[in-house]
Design a protein around this ligand. Structure first.
Ligand code: FES
Length: 97
């Protein structure tokens, strides 16, 4: 059972939509942030830091900026503060972009 299945249960699956992350379709629920949806999809590597190291969600409340990525062409967008929308395109960010 995946983290998503544990969280949503069978009834929750009907309410999901998808957005795109680096060419992969990621399921999300209405009101869920991009960061939370990626975490539920077991994607923990969200960006590459300036020193080359992998980064992911840390605070989850918009303070640390560790989750920044490119959302619909806008770099340095914090995934933990942006609500996922159907068809949204998200890319892993490399460095400061
Ligand atoms: S996880 Fe800290 S700002 Fe997004």
């Amino acid at each position: 059972m995946t983290a998503r299945e544990r969280r949503l249960g069978p009834a929750g699956r009907a309410e999901t939509f998808h957005f795109h992350f680096d060419g992969r379709e990621i399921p999300a629920r209405p009101g869920e942030t991009v960061g939370a949806a990626r975490l539920a999809a077991d994607i923990r590597f969200l960006r590459r830091a300036e020193d080359g190291g992998p980064r992911g969600l840390f605070c989850g409340i918009g303070v640390c900026w560790e989750c920044r990525c490119v959302i619909d062409g806008r770099p340095n967008t914090r995934a933990c503060t942006i609500e996922a929308k159907p068809g949204m395109t998200v890319r892993r960010q490399e460095g400061l972009a």
